[in-house]
Design a protein around this ligand. Structure first.
Ligand code: UFG
Length: 325
């Protein structure tokens, strides 16, 4: 039977992917250092606690489990922090991915689905971004993901590694059964912060920039439900498992929502009067990031099922009320 190793499986998206695979009765091994991941998110599969920096540990994991394929989520994800501490980001994200790849090659594991990001595109030059949009990362975080994409291509040529890079737009929402959800320390993402304000855990939500060239002056983002992301990972694994070619796919709903629109929907869902403060633009933010996900739909047969922004925010609200109670 196919056994899937999930690095970062105790994190936000990794735990949803673990649930998706386990619910199909697939065997899962989660590898997580628990530096950013959460022990209470370990609800599915076997668990190996350790760090990708530890090459002896990695070798041992591959020796003890008959792994067929890898979902690679483990990474640092904070854009601003990556600008301040680039070495930490290149070390954890790039060098440790090399450790993982070398352990995979040694064990003869030749399929990986990699957690990439829309941030590899940088400043958009078209209103809707397809996979052939120029790649121009703006931060060490985004560069680390871009570099890994290149490394995967090179391992493909040299060693026959088959890989899919999934470039997420804005991951949001939580498991509809409320078993796992979003929990970052510190939290920097828009929807969780709005919901923290709705719960009274912060005084307000600060809008970073109200003078963008967008309809209401605030940034547009394409929010995609984490359960739809998890489903795309399962499809990408199966695509590679049935002989599909390596490639990169965008994952988004194709709709741009402004920061103000998101706050308005959150007010409606929560019934709370969320106080807004306005501040200057956050360095490195693009005015608009909206995806074309036609390729994922056509090649992977992927179709977002929780694409309604109200559903995304409702599931996030259910989760945050439980998690922060
Ligand atoms: N925003 C605010 N106030 C906040 C937080 C965010 O106005 O307190 C705005 C941002 O300026 C941005 C939008 O809300 O316009 C979304 O911001 P997020 O921080 O939620 O997400 P990003 O669009 O910055 O996402 C980026 C990359 C992802 C990457 C992520 C890192 O696109 O690929 O940062 O966590 F994963």
């Amino acid at each position: 039977m196919t056994k899937t190793l999930i690095t970062g499986g105790a994190g936000y998206i990794g735990s949803h992917a673990a649930k998706a695979l386990a619910s199909l009765d697939r065997e899962v091994v989660i590898l997580d250092s628990l530096v950013a991941g959460h022990r209470d998110f370990l609800k599915w599969g076997e668990f190996e606690e350790g760090d990708l920096a530890d090459t002896a540990f990695l070798k041992d994991v591959f020796a003890r489990h008959d792994i067929s394929e890898v979902l690679h989520f483990a990474a640092f994800i904070a854009v601003g922090e990556s600008v301040e501490k680039p070495g930490m980001y290149y070390g954890n994200n790039v060098r440790n991915t090399l450790n993982l790849l070398d352990a995979m090659m040694e064990a003869g594991v030749k399929r990986m689905v990699f957690s990439s990001t829309a941030a590899v595109y940088g400043e958009p030059v078209t209103s809707v971004i397809a996979e052939n949009h120029p790649l121009s990362p703006l931060s060490p975080y985004a560069w680390s993901k871009r570099m890994i994409e290149q490394i995967l291509a090179d391992y493909g040529k040299a060693y026959g590694l088959k890989h899919i890079c999934l470039r997420y737009f804005n991951a949001a929402g939580a498991d509809p059964n409320n078993e796992v959800g979003e929990r970052h320390q510190p939290e920097t993402h828009l929807i969780p912060l709005i919901l923290h304000a709705a719960l009274g855990l912060r005084d307000n939500i600060t809008i970073f920039g109200t003078d963008y060239p967008t309809p209401d002056g605030t940034c547009l983002r394409d929010y995609i439900h984490v359960t739809d992301l998890a489903d795309a990972h399962v499809r990408a694994l199966d695509y590679l498992g049935s002989g599909g070619d390596s490639g990169a796919f965008n994952l988004g709903n194709g709709n741009g929502f402004s920061v103000r629109e998101i706050i308005d929907v959150a007010r409606e869902i929560t019934g709370k009067d969320i106080v807004v403060a306005e501040a200057a633009r956050r360095p490195g933010d693009s005015p608009a990031l909206v995806s074309s996900s036609i390729a994922a739909r056509e090649t992977l047969g992927w179709e977002p099922r929780l694409g309604d922004i109200r559903e995304i925010i409702r599931t996030a609200w259910d989760w945050h009320q439980k998690d922060l109670a």
